[in-house]
Design a protein. Structure first.
Lengths: 390, 62
């Protein structure tokens, strides 16, 4: 049985950053990916903040599909907030080509010294006194490896957490059900990201368009299954039909689920969870790439320390929870409260709010920036959010 | 003695894993692009049917 210090399950941005960080710290690490191709099929709208991404990796042209110069947010009655260039950098900025990006990140992990296996699923974990026995299935062959601890970066459908005693099962009001078409020959304003709000067209979620260059764009929707009466795809098709989008040039269909309810603990004895497995996606935007990468780095550092100290207790590993909460966890918590407020808001109120910003000069395009401005213009309606944002 | 069964429409399934994320019984698994149901564990609660963005799942009387 091959012995590793750490096994990372899943080779998305979270897993790769964790494996890379571990390898850089001299830890013997194996990263397994159940798919035969890293990064495909994507389950993602692919938009990331420029500033945030640049703080984490050196940006390569090969995996940037497009840059956006702004964003437009439409209310249910199509009133619009326009956020232009200088203000637009924070929440979105780059639109990635995840297929290339994810592979590039996995290669960085490999370059740093992590072993990588694809077409390899983790199918069970046996907890021994001094280590874990992780059962893997690679191209039909079942075998076991030993590890001192495991990092679950196995996405929204995570099993690692459940095997290790962390309940990661999502309820129908804790998840967005998503579908997206990559449409080409798209006749639309393509240097902007577009977001359409309103429970009538996307119950408990929103509709997006992220440009991907060359008249292509990701047109997608997320709906909350506890509020939606029909499947996500029905709502998206209806919307595209209503706004007259030509769907005769769809070159890719992807679906997915996004966890939109953070959890208290993403660590336990001999285990850390990162990315969607740890529910680190943002409850408002659904964005998860940056947090997955940050969480991966933090998890890699904490796991490397655990290996060094030979301490894999839940007490030691809870340092991970403390660190991700200090970093992006506070925003997740705040945006969860904001999400609850928005879920209860009817479309007419949302129209009113969006209209109230029509003549505002927004200084920053971020959830914080927009909500602060909304609170200023609508203090009575949003009084309960005030302490969260000021 | 099961009178209901979960049916997968494989022509609609986009193997996204949404159904796995809500299953309390761990009755499903995504084997790359193939959704596998463990009928011994599935109690036909219907949560996966509701979360499926593609309308690929249904519960049928047997």
């Amino acid at each position: 049985m091959t012995e590793y210090d750490v096994v990372v399950v899943g080779a998305g941005p979270g897993g790769s950053m964790a494996a890379k960080t571990l390898a850089e710290n001299g830890v013997k690490v194996l990263m397994v990916e159940k798919r035969q191709e890293i990064g495909s099929p994507v389950r993602c709208a692919e938009g990331v903040s420029k500033v945030e991404l640049e703080s984490l990796v050196e940006v390569k042209k090969s995996w940037i599909a497009a840059e956006v110069s702004g964003a437009k947010i439409y209310s249910p009655d199509n009133s619009v907030i326009v956020l232009s260039e200088e203000q637009a950098g924070n929440e979105v900025g780059y639109v990635l080509e995840r297929k290339i990006f994810d592979r590039w990140l996995a290669k960085q992990a490999a370059k740093a010294g992590s072993e990588v296996m694809v077409k390899t699923s983790a199918i069970g974990i046996d907890k021994k006194r001094e280590h874990l026995v992780i059962k893997l299935r690679r191209m039909g062959e079942v075998f076991e490896v030993s590890a001192k601890m495991v990092i679950g970066a196995d996405g929204v459908e995570s099993r690692v957490g459940k095997w290790m005693g962390l309940d990661t099962t999502l309820k129908l009001n804790e998840v967005e059900s998503c579908v997206q078409y990559l449409i080409t020959n798209l006749k639309y304003e393509m240097d902007y990201c577009h977001f359409w709000l309103g429970h009538s067209r996307s119950p408990g979620g929103y509709i997006w368009l992220f440009p991907k260059g060359n008249s292509s764009g990701n047109f997608g929707i997320g709906v909350m299954p506890s509020m939606a009466k029909e499947p996500a795809k029905v709502y998206l098709d209806r919307f595209l039909n209503e706004v007259g989008i030509d769907t005769s040039h769809v070159v890719e269909v992807v679906a997915g689920a996004v966890p939109v309810s953070p959890m208290e603990k993403a660590s336990t004895e001999r285990c850390l969870l990162v990315g969607d497995a740890a529910r680190h996606a943002d409850p408002i935007t659904g964005g998860g790439i940056i947090n997955a990468m940050k969480g991966g780095i933090i998890a890699g550092k904490v796991a490397a320390e655990a290996v060094k100290n030979n301490d894999f207790s839940s007490k030691f590993l809870s340092k991970y929870d403390r660190l991700w909460k200090e970093d992006f966890g506070k925003t997740l918590e705040r945006n969860k409260i904001l999400q609850k407020k928005l879920l209860k808001m009817d479309d007419k109120t949302m129209d009113k709010l969006i209209k109230s910003l029509s003549d505002s000069n927004l200084k920053e395009m971020s959830i914080t920036g927009i909500v602060k401005e909304l609170i200023k213009k609508n203090p009575k309606l949003l009084w309960d959010l005030k302490s969260l944002f000021f | 003695m099961q009178s209901k069964r979960l049916i997968i429409n494989r022509f609609k399934c986009a193997y996204c894993g949404a159904c796995i994320s809500v299953c309390k019984n761990n009755a499903n698994e995504l084997v790359e692009t193939f959704l596998r149901i463990d009928e011994n564990k599935c109690n036909c609660c219907g949560l996966c049917v509701k979360v499926c963005p593609m309308n690929a799942l249904s519960i049928e009387e047997v």
